[in-house]
Design a protein around this ligand. Structure first.
Ligand SMILES: Cc1cc2nc3c(=O)[nH]c(=O)nc-3n(C[C@H](O)[C@H](O)[C@H](O)COP(=O)(O)O)c2cc1C
Length: 217
């Protein structure tokens, strides 16, 4: 069961408008809270946007984008220059997987761009936050929480995608979600029921185990 969930989960980039009930969201967040954390400190908080709040966030994001407002995030983004050769290769392969599923235009396909601009049409977005004084180890805890959340969602037939695109305007999110000043937004995870779009046919590859594993004896 556990192994199936790991392989069943993949990023969903187009959701139907079917609601995810508050009680199911609570169930999924309860599962996620069983992730390991430093001294069981559980340094996470989740702000879920849905209904009117999410509609307002989507509208404000679209305005920000059409006004070319520069995007930024609370936490630092990885720099291409600091990537390993293997990571750069994997990123290229990702581009190929996208083209294989949706055509030569890849991420430039209008359907892809529109979905991203509309937050993948998601009915629910879970924003994971932590203290703005967090240490690097805290981000380990936050990642574990996020993956547990996504595996739990998968077990309920709910699709997910963690995305930079969702957190690119933190000021809008902090205002609409009433996130306290001492919190920073780590990531947004869109959730919902996958629709029939070809955007949901993107299947990514992984590097060989031998490329990422050294067993020393
Ligand atoms: C921190 C993070 C940010 C991401 N941001 C985006 C994004 O902005 N747009 C997008 O289409 N996918 C985004 N993704 C999804 C990745 O592209 C995806 O996880 C990766 O290609 C592996 O595919 P899979 O999730 O289907 O296994 C993000 C993933 C992570 C972990």
């Amino acid at each position: 069961m556990g192994k199936n969930l790991i392989y069943k989960r993949r990023s969903i980039r187009s959701f139907s408008d079917e609601d995810v009930s508050d009680s199911l969201i609570e169930e999924i967040i309860k599962d996620a809270s069983h992730a390991p954390s430093w001294q069981n400190s559980q340094p996470w908080h989740v702000y879920v946007a849905k209904d009117d709040v999410l509609d307002r966030i989507k509208a404000e994001y679209k305005t920000a984008q059409s006004n070319n407002l520069p995007s930024h995030t609370d936490i630092t983004t990885p720099h291409r220059a600091n990537r390993s050769e293997l990571s750069l290769h994997n990123i290229e392969e990702w581009g190929e997987s996208v083209k294989e599923a949706i055509g030569e235009e890849g991420t430039q396909l209008p359907e892809f761009q529109e979905a991203r601009a509309d937050m993948f049409h998601a009915p629910v977005i879970a924003y994971l936050t932590t203290s703005n004084q967090a240490s690097e180890f805290t981000f380990y805890d936050m990642g574990a929480f996020g993956q547990t959340l996504m595996l739990s969602a998968t077990s309920w037939g709910i699709g997910t995608i963690p995305a930079y695109a969702l957190v690119a305007h933190p000021d809008i999110l902090k205002k609409e979600l009433r996130i306290p000043d001492d919190q920073e937004i780590v990531v947004g995870i869109a959730m919902g029921y996958p629709d029939e779009s070809k955007l949901n046919c993107i299947k990514t590859e992984r590097a060989e185990v031998s490329d990422i594993l050294d067993i020393r004896k």
